[in-house]
Each structure stands twice: as C-alpha cells, then as structure tokens.
Ligand binder design. Structure first.
Ligand code: ATP
Ligand code: MG
Length: 665
C-alpha cells in the first residue's frame, strides 16, 4: 500500500470488505485512514460512484474530496467541459439526507422541493404556534419550545410519543406545541434541520422499498467521527450498510462532545455487538502534536473514569512546552493574545491561517474580534452566521425560498410587504383568516379572485405585483440562469430603493447593497460548472452551510486568516499554533455543567478541553483572566479545574484505581 501509513493504518486501509472499526485517539490518523481507504478501494476496482463517506462538517468533506482526488492523481488535471469523472459521495449526514429526501419526500407527504427552515424561520413558526395555543409568553418561550422539540427529535421521539416522555411542566406544554409545530412545517412544505435526519429515518423505516433503493446505491459506507452519531444517524448508517456490510467507522470515545445534541458514545463502543465479525484496528502513534502537548492531553483525559484506556504516543519531538498565561482581566487577555499573534505573523513568519483561537461560548470571541480588527490581522470566525443573518440577505433568501416553494408561508410573510406594495397588515390579516379557515397556505388564497377582490385596490395591486414577480423570476431561472433570476428579483422588488430608504449613512447603504451583490455572487459560484444547478439545490446548500461555515467564510479562509472557533467547531482540525482562551470555571467547564455538578457533564467538558488541546501541533497556550465582567461588573474568576489537571497539580482519583486494576490483571 502507498507509503505514508504505519502498519496499523495500512492494515485498516488494506481491509477492503466487511465491518471495520478504527477506535483511536486524537491525531492518530483516523481521518487519513478513511481518505486513503477510499482511494485504495477505487484502485482495487470499486466504482467511485458506489462509495459513500460521511464526515461531520462541510469543511471536512471538502478537504476529504481534495485529498482523495490528490491520491488518485486528479490534482491539477482539469476536467474537460462536460466530462463526468465518477466520484465518491463525500458529505455530511445532513447533506446526504437532503439528497435522499429530495428523491422520496413525497412518500412522507412533503413536497420534493421542501424548504429547509433555519433558526429564524423556526422561531417565527414557534411564535405563531404559541399564540395559537394561547400560551402566555412567560410559560414557554419560542426558544424553549424549539429546544425541547430539538431534543426530542434528536432522540427520535415523534409528536405522538412526546406526551408520554414529557416530565416537567414545560415539556408537557411543549408536547402539545410539538404536534402543531410538526403539522405547521408539513403544511408549509418545510423541514427543520433535525427533520433532515429524523424524516430520513422514518422514510427508511416505513418504506423498505425506498430503503433498498438508497442502500443499494452504494457498496461501501465510511463514517468519520462516529463517536458523535445520534440515534437517527446510527440507524440510518445501519440501514445503508445492512445489506453489503462494508461499513468502516472511525472515531474516538474521548472526543465525544455532542451528547447535548443526542449523540451517544455507546454506538462506537458497542460496534462489535452490532457487527460481531467486525475487524478492530487501534492506532496509537500521534502524528499531529509535539510530545509535551500530548503529555498534557494524556494527563487530562485520565481524569475521566468511563473510558477506553488508551494513551497518545508522540511521534514528534517534545517541542515547546505548552504555556499557561494569566491576565488581569478579559480585555488584557484578548490584547495580549492578539499582540502575540501579531508578533508571530510579523516576526516569525507564521501564516495567519496556521493560528487558531479556541473558545467555549459564543460570547467570548467579541473581544478578540475587536482586537484583531484593531491590529489589522485578518480573521475568520466559524460557527457564526453573520452574513446570512443580515436583514437584506435574509429578505433576499426569503424571496428565493418563496419563489422556489410558493407555499412556504413563513418566507412569504417575511417579504409580503417588504418593500411596501400595498399589502398592509390589515390585508394580510384578511388573507390569513381565509387561509386558516380553509386550511391551505396563504399563497393559494392569494390566487383566488373571489378572495382578492375583497381587498383594497392597493392591496390587489400588491398581489398582482407578487404574481408577476414570481412568474418573471421563475422564467429567467428556467430560461437563463439563477444569477439572471436574482437580477430580476432585485429590480422587480426595487430593493435598492428600500435600502436607500432605510439607511441614511452612505457607508451603511453601500455595505448593504454589497450584500445583495454577495448573494448574487453566491448564486453564481453555485451554478458555475454545474449542469443541474437549481434554486432548490442552492437553498439547501446555504441552509446546510449556514450551520457551520458558508462559502463566504471559506473564501476568507483561503485568503489566509486567523481562525476563531468554538471548541465544537474545531473538531477534526489541526493548527500549528493554538490559543485556548477563557480557561475558567463557568466557561470551560461551562457554567451549566458546573451548576449541575454531575460527573458526566464535567466529563464531557473535559473531553472538549481534550479536543482543544489536541488541535495544537507545535505551540499551545492556555489563557485565563483573573477577573471577568458580568453584567458590566468585574468579578474575580476561578481557574478552570482542567488547568490543575493538565499540570498534574490535581489528584487523579482514577490513578489509584487504575494501578490496582493493572496489578490485578
Ligand atoms: P482527530 O481525532 O483529531 O480527528 P485523526 O485521528 O483523524 O485526528 P488525522 O487528522 O487523520 O488524525 O491525522 C493527524 C495528522 O497526522 C495529519 O496531519 C495527518 O496528515 C498526519 N498523519 C497521520 N498519519 C500519518 C503517517 N502515517 N505519517 C505521517 N503523518 C501522518
Ligand atoms: Mg479526524
């Protein structure tokens, strides 16, 4: 087998059939095994089209595609126009499920062009439902309802089961809301993010013939980061691999960090129960980090009692010892970290893209962003949705969603009178009443002359305007391109005038007009070189990438910028220089876990810390502030317990137990 693999890795890569588990620590080359194995399968004659590889993020999927291409010698060889090179399917679970559902959603009563609701669409729907249920705002907030529903969906609890599993008052209220929420989605032809997994699972359960078709399109399934699969993902994987049994999963129980989203580490630990003939390969040599970084990681993770005992063995020299830095307050922390980064870039020839700042909570990056901007250091933040959160972008996306799926009421209501077209709240209310009475989406009643004639003349013109717009935009999309359709959309809505009306500052206006341009760019990039690009595909793309990183951000990253990432988003990645900031009780471990005090909650935070440490290749700094502002007042902080653990200053309760176990063996 190709060089660049150690014997254990080569063993996994050369295992071409049957169930295979690679359970190994961070940086030991698990992802490399998946990549090389895909290339090896192809070299041994497997049709690339018959390989499915599932990764955790779009970024990981993109990198894996590039890497496989390189291994197969495609790099630099441009495809000829129209040439179709067979390629393995490499994507996230969610993206794969979207493809499956596009083909079969009608079997579940959804339109094939179902829209995918993002957080703010979900919130609008949740608010409408709470109003319908006449629940006073305080009893259950839209966010609470959505949180509870999401937990249920992640645990594959369906609306009719919810009343049985509800235990708190809030959950009982939410159970009623869940049923309506799901009906609401369905009648709007929409799914939320969790549905993508859950509905795929339902589809496979209820329609064996569809399951067979989908499972039958692959001979090999490979899953990276298997420790973080939730119940639906686990069952979907089983469905897909059940017949051919060529299932390769790789993961690390010490990096299981998504329990809060329903991930269950027992899926990987019990792999052998599901697939008794599975071959198990263990990797020990870590190729990523210098020895002294691994020493810290090993020391830390031993404080978790429930784990497969394994140690990371360095294959690189000890390197620079990781540093712990204490700062007076959070401002000093960010200034000092950014100051050092600036120094590394200016004087030590380190590239911005080789540096990452990792944090636990969404509030932390703000100060770092400010300092990075001041210092004129380019940065890119993952896990943030800022571009697609801008009002004008949201409006345009809502228009596109509605054009694609006119029954998508949430999107239509967002833009029905934006920019103003005579459809006052009163006329919208009249239309809504008809829609609710007849149980059909509002767009359908807006096509009926008997209903529309009851509206004011201005509102009637508004309806006509929307009908014309829908027709024109669709025509241009069909006959020309999505980019052309977007042009029509911008001119027909006079959206630029709206921006000039809303914003006074010239700079603000320009920025906002530029965002319209960015949406057009995104459409154009999406259809570039594709024969089958359609609006549905584009919208799915941004819905899926908005969760982690949009094309915009990837573009920035290519421009060479410092990475600002949550620990969750950093999984699977590596950087020569890493700063883990805010190493304080209440941040890492998170205040929720500190409050609950439960061992398993702290253990998950410890795994997050372990994920962070093991991202570093050469230089690692753990920093904390001695005081941090809360509600405007500086308060003393407590150093994270993990700082004591990594430095060996804390007593390890498991050490004694482990020694005994070893003696007993
Ligand atoms: P994580 O648990 O963080 O996802 P991983 O186990 O997937 O890590 P990889 O990302 O595949 O590890 O590999 C870590 C680094 O080590 C990569 O830079 C990879 O190229 C390198 N590497 C892996 N195996 C070898 C090898 N046999 N020889 C040289 N470098 C290797
Ligand atoms: Mg990996």
């Amino acid at each position: 087998m190709a060089h660049g693999l150690n014997p254990a890795q080569a063993d996994a890569v050369d295992t071409l059939a049957g169930p295979l588990l690679v359970l190994a620590g961070a940086g030991t080359g698990k992802t490399r095994v998946v990549t090389f194995r895909i290339a090896n399968l192809i070299r041994h004659g497997t049709d690339p089209n018959r390989i499915l590889a599932v990764t955790f993020t779009n970024k990981a999927a993109g990198e894996m595609k590039d890497r496989v291409g390189e291994l197969l010698g495609h790099k630099g060889k441009k495809k000829r126009r129209g040439e179709k090179r067979p390629e393995p399917t490499i994507s996230t679970f969610h993206a794969h499920c979207v493809r499956v559902l596009r083909r079969h959603a009608t079997a579940l009563g959804y339109p094939a062009k179902f829209s995918i609701y993002d957080r703010s669409d979900q919130e609008s729907l949740a608010r409408a439902i709470l109003r319908e249920l006449r629940l006073p705002g305080t009893a259950l907030k839209p966010g609470d309802l959505l949180g509870i529903i999401s937990n249920w969906k992640n645990a594959s609890v369906h609306p009719e089961q919810a009343p049985m599993v509800a235990s708190t008052d809030k959950e009982h209220l939410a159970a009623a809301g869940y049923r309506r929420y799901q009906e609401g989605l369905k009648c709007r032809g929409a799914m939320d993010f969790d549905d993508l997994l859950l509905q795929t699972e339902v589809l496979f359960d209820q329609h064996p013939e569809i399951r067979e078709i989908e499972a039958g399109s692959f001979d090999h399934v490979l899953v990276d980061e298997y420790q973080d699969t939730n119940g639906s993902q686990y069952r979907i994987t089983k469905h897909l691999a059940g017949a051919h049994r060529n299932l390769c999963v790789v993961g690390d129980d010490d990096q299981s960090i998504y329990a809060w989203r329903g991930a269950d580490v027992t899926h990987i630990l019990n792999f052998k129960n599901d697939w008794p003939d599975a071959k198990i390969v263990c990797l020990e040599a870590n190729y990523r980090s210098c020895g002294s970084i691994l020493e810290m990681a090993n020391r830390l993770i031993q404080f978790n009692s429930q784990r497969h005992d394994k140690e990371l063995r360095p294959s690189r020299p000890d390197g620079v010892r990781p540093r712990i830095a204490q700062h007076k307050d959070e401002t000093k922390e960010s200034q000092s970290v950014v100051g050092e980064i600036k120094h590394l870039i200016d004087n030590e020839h380190i590239q911005p893209r080789d540096i990452a700042i990792l944090f636990r909570t969404n509030e932390q990056p703000r100060l770092f962003e400010t300092e990075l901007r001041k210092a004129d250091v380019p940065y890119v933040m993952l896990g943030s949705q800022s571009f697609f959160d801008r009002r004008e972008v949201r409006d345009m996306v809502a228009y596109l969603k509605w054009v694609d799926q006119p029954d998508d009421e949430i999107s239509l209501l967002r833009v029905i009178n934006t920019p103003a077209r005579g459809l006052s709240p009163k006329s919208v209310k009249t239309l809504m009443e008809h829609a609710v009475k007849e149980g059909v989406p509002i767009w359908q009643v807006m096509q009926r002359p008997d209903v529309v004639s009851q509206l004011s003349p201005a509102a009637q013109r508004g309806v006509g305007d929307l009908q014309g717009l829908l027709h024109d935009v669709n025509q241009r999309a069909k006959n020309e391109s999505l980019t052309a359709a977007m042009e029509t959309l911008i001119t027909r809505t006079s959206y630029a005038d709206e921006i000039n009306r809303l914003y006074d500052e010239p700079e603000d206006r320009q920025n906002r007009l530029a965002s319209l341009g960015e949406v057009t760019n995104a459409l154009s990039a999406f259809e570039d070189g594709k024969d089958d690009a359609d609006l549905t595909g584009f919208l799915a793309d941004i819905a899926l990438s908005g969760r982690e990183m949009g094309n915009e951000k990837d573009k920035l990253a290519m421009q060479n910028a410092v990475w600002l990432l949550t620990l969750h988003a950093a999984k699977g990645l590596e950087f020569p220089v890493v700063y883990m900031v805010g190493m304080e009780e209440g941040l890492l471990p998170h205040s929720r876990s500190v409050k609950s005090g439960r061992d398993e909650d702290i253990a998950e935070e410890r795994r997050l810390c372990y994920v962070g440490i093991t991202r570093a290749q050469e230089k690692l700094t753990l920093s904390m502030a001695l005081t941090r502002r809360k509600w405007g007042k500086p308060r003393p902080t407590i150093p994270s317990q993990f700082l004591y653990e990594v430095t060996g200053q804390a007593q390890n309760p498991n050490k004694f137990r482990k020694q005994r176990r070893q003696v007993g063996r």
